[in-house]
Write a protein that binds this ligand. Structure first.
Ligand code: NAP
Length: 397
């Protein structure tokens, strides 16, 4: 009998059962390399913390296409819904397929509306900044709206021309003829549910502040509304637990300080004053840029965990792609998948197991046991992907 994860509907929290089974989408390209290196780390960390964790492979991408002629079979989506929490390697986007990308397909099918990226430097990891330890943030990026929603038409198309005619004729907007056209929808519903997830996370984890990152000075009715809805939600539903920065006297008294920053300023702040920020919530495009910018500070995408989370459903994934030129060479860095697995264990409430992994990974990196990507930055001989994974598993205690 499989122990399925349930959801505590009152607190919207995932409740794992002991013996929890997690589907794994191994993925394309370097997916099998990084999964072989990650699995022993995750299962051993769970075991050392008193939990039984099992993985069951579910197919997507090339492996699924070979097995049944579909890149994202319905059966896989059903499995993801049934088991609720999934771990995933990278998937290549099929060229000429009907779907924009398999990753987008999974996000849409499960309504995983938040892309969540913790940013925390592991001591010893090479970084381009002088004090990477100062960045300790978690980013909540809206996943379903904004210019990213894919509502756009090429220049000269019938749709673009019709839209231009409507905008210039009915709404007296100025648009150059023959423009390509894209639409930026941002709803109160979509923004508030994302901000709510970030707020709940911040309160649960006792974080000091939540910052709404927006470009509302220019895009007043979309990005500006995101800011407004954020403050409204905090005041209406969390008024006794939060305080807006403008009425904050420097003594929050255990309350969460709600700030907002214009996106360009936030990019600068993330480099100059990262220690002043903790939880960030933002629309899709801002989040796309800022999450990679912050990932660079802690060692790049190879060291960055990530997850796409919805209501009671989550897919934790390596943030990089399939790196096809390294596929099957046992060479790449498995840390992104290992750390996404650690983030998943934390999400399951198994914080101790998660901390064991980051500690072991830190110990390995500090000994300069590094895969090629980090080894070349400090001039040491690289180890293989599998050797790195084995070293992390050996350092778990
Ligand atoms: P990529 O696969 O992320 O690889 C770009 C470069 O990043 C690699 O050449 C390598 O750099 C470095 N890299 C990636 N993973 C690494 C790892 N584990 N360890 C060390 N270095 C790593 O990006 P891409 O080549 O643009 O995309 C390839 C395919 O992946 C595309 O089909 C794309 O659609 C897909 N993709 C999938 C996801 C996902 O599933 N979430 C995300 C992004 C892209 P060096 O060459 O400098 O060593």
């Amino acid at each position: 009998m499989i122990n399925l994860i349930t959801v505590d509907s009152q607190n919207n929290l995932i409740v794992p059962k002991d013996g929890t089974v997690i589907p794994i989408i191994v993925g394309d390209g370097v997916g099998p390399d990084i999964w072989r290196a990650s699995e022993p780390v995750l299962t051993k960390a769970a075991k050392l913390s008193g939990h039984k964790l099992e993985f069951v492979e579910t197919l997507a991408g090339q492996a699924a296409f070979k097995a049944c002629g579909q890149y994202l079979p319905d059966e896989t989506l059903e499995t993801l819904k049934k088991f609720r929490v999934t771990l995933k390697g990278p998937l290549a986007t099929p060229v000429g397929g009907g779907m924009r990308s398999l990753n987008v397909g999974i996000r849409q099918a499960l309504d995983l509306y938040a892309c969540v990226r913790p940013i925390k430097w592991i001591p010893g990891v090479p970084s381009p900044v002088r004090e990477p330890n100062k960045a300790d943030m978690i980013l909540f990026r809206e996943n379903t709206e904004d210019v990213y929603a894919g509502i756009e038409w090429p220049a000269g198309s019938k749709e673009a021309d019709e839209l231009i005619a409507f905008l210039t004729g009915n709404l007296k907007a100025k648009v150059r003829p023959n423009s390509a056209m894209g639409v930026k929808p941002m709803s109160e519903f979509g923004s508030k549910r994302l901000i709510k997830m970030a707020l709940e996370w911040a309160l649960r984890e006792k974080r000091p502040s939540l910052t709404l990152v927006h470009k509302g000075n220019i895009m007043k009715f979309t990005e500006g509304a995101f800011r407004k809805w954020g403050y409204e939600l905090a005041a209406a539903d969390y008024g006794d637990k939060t305080v807006p920065e403008e009425s904050w006297d420097g003594q929050a008294g255990g309350r969460l300080v709600i700030k907002d920053r214009i996106a360009d300023n936030m990019f600068m702040q993330s480099l100059l004053r990262p220690e002043e920020y903790s939880v960030l919530a933002m629309p899709n495009l801002n989040g796309d840029y800022l999450s990679d910018c912050l990932a660079a500070q802690i060692g790049g995408l190879g060291m960055a965990p990530g997850a796409n989370i919805g209501d009671g459903l989550a897919v934790f994934e390596a943030t990089h792609g399939t790196a096809p030129k390294y596929a099957g060479q046992d060479q790449v860095n498995p840390s992104s998948l290992i750390l996404s697995g650690a983030f998943m264990l934390e999400y399951l409430g198994w914080k101790e197991a998660s901390e064991k992994i980051t500690k072991a990974l830190g110990a390995v990196v500090s000994k300069k046991i590094l895969t090629y990507d980090l080894a070349r930055q400090v001039g040491v001989t690289p180890v293989k992907c599998s050797e790195f994974g084995q070293a992390v598993a050996d350092h778990l205690e």
